[in-house]
Design a protein around this ligand. Structure first.
Ligand code: GYE
Length: 356
């Protein structure tokens, strides 16, 4: 058999082998690497179903039960959770930061909890638990009060602009003091750890220098630990003695403290109101109790603070569970202001429409 003939046979064997490899029915192992790989069948992995409120298990760390505002805030979370089918683990911190840290760690270690909501008693001391929660894959949402922690440590903050509230409080006090016999004010502050108290005090001091009606002077400023109304009353009673006849206004950080001051003023035989010699009282929250004293005219102004934050907070948490990014760091609450000058009938009509 000649050389050329054997070469021709070898070549034809090689071609035969290549073709065999291309056909779907090839049985023999290919001798050479196939030139074009068979089109891989695309593996379609179904996108995970979006989480719903029924998948949310929330550990809610509330400050405590220090005021009507707080009660409305707590109800907002409990009622909305029931309505949306959210499993809510509610924790009352008794206004102690150490209790909040303990609760945080409990919720971090609880595998069923996927969302932690914090209403902070203070502004600092949360970094470690926030880092631990993040490492554990928990969604954290801050509600009500701002904290001094890096925003990367939580998903978002939903709460009031207390500084702006303080500015509004200053303007309200200035308006109330138009034609007043004097411009001396005492301040009854909320718990000094709380951003609500810190910023309302700051906002007031930023605002009073702009008062065109007169130079408002802060004669005295004290904080009621835990926002306790009885402490507020004692502060007012002591101020009325110490600054007898010199007090023209009271700047109180929530309704309970404003009402406590009014009770001390009345008990001292003096009058809280908007008359030239009356003691003008500015409060915060605009709860139903606060409205009663606006309607009676004893409280001159009540700067609203919105406690009904649960729907926004749960929505943000659900977004986080579904991987939504680019969220706002802070969503300030929508709020108004109310004045005795609006008149009792108008205020009663407004009160009848309110949930807290
Ligand atoms: O003003 C007060 C409550 O954080 C806005 O806390 C809240 C404040 C509110 O104790 O009544």
């Amino acid at each position: 058999m000649t050389k050329s003939r054997s070469l021709r046979i070898a070549a034809s064997v090689a071609i035969a082998a290549t073709l065999a490899a291309c056909s779907s029915t090839a049985t023999t192992a290919p001798t050479t690497a196939p030139t074009t790989a068979a089109a891989a069948t695309p593996v379609v992995t179904a996108a995970p179903a979006a989480k719903t409120y029924k998948d949310m298990v929330v550990g809610f760390i509330q400050t405590g039960s220090e005021s009507g505002w707080r009660a409305a805030n707590t109800s907002s979370f409990k009622e909305t959770a029931t309505a949306d089918g959210i499993k809510l683990n509610f924790y009352d911190s008794q206004n102690k930061i150490e209790n909040q840290i303990t609760a945080f760690n409990t919720f971090i270690q609880d595998p069923t909890v996927n969302v932690i909501v914090l209403a902070a008693v203070g502004t600092t001391g949360y970094d470690d638990v926030l880092k631990a929660a993040k490492a554990a894959g928990k969604v954290v949402v801050i509600e009500d009060r701002r904290i001094d922690a890096d925003a990367s440590l939580y998903y978002t903050y939903i709460g009031s602009d207390f500084d702006k509230e303080g500015n509004n409080g200053a303007k309200a006090m200035c308006d109330l003091m138009k034609g007043s016999s004097g411009f001396n004010v005492v301040e009854i502050g909320g718990d000094q750890q709380a951003s609500a108290a810190i910023d309302r005090a700051k906002g007031f001091r930023e605002g009073i220098p702009t008062c065109a009606n007169g130079t408002i002077t802060i004669l005295d400023s004290q904080n009621a630990a835990g926002w306790t109304p009885d402490t507020g009353k004692s502060i007012m009673e002591a101020d009325l003695k110490k600054y007898a006849g010199k007090i023209n206004g009271v700047y109180a950080h929530n309704d309970e403290l404003a009402i406590a001051a009014i009770q001390a003023i009345t008990a001292a035989g003096l009058k809280a109101g908007s008359g030239p010699t009356d003691i003008k009282v500015v409060g915060f929250d605009a709860t139903a109790d606060g409205f009663k004293y606006l309607i009676s005219g004893e409280m001159g102004a009540d700067i609203e603070c919105n406690p009904l934050l649960a729907p926004q907070v749960y929505k943000a948490a659900l977004d986080a569970l579904n991987g939504v990014t680019g969220q706002a760091t802070w969503t300030p609450s929508e709020e108004g202001q109310f004045f005795a000058a609006q008149g009792a009938d108008a205020l009663k009509a407004i009160l009848a429409t309110r949930k807290y």
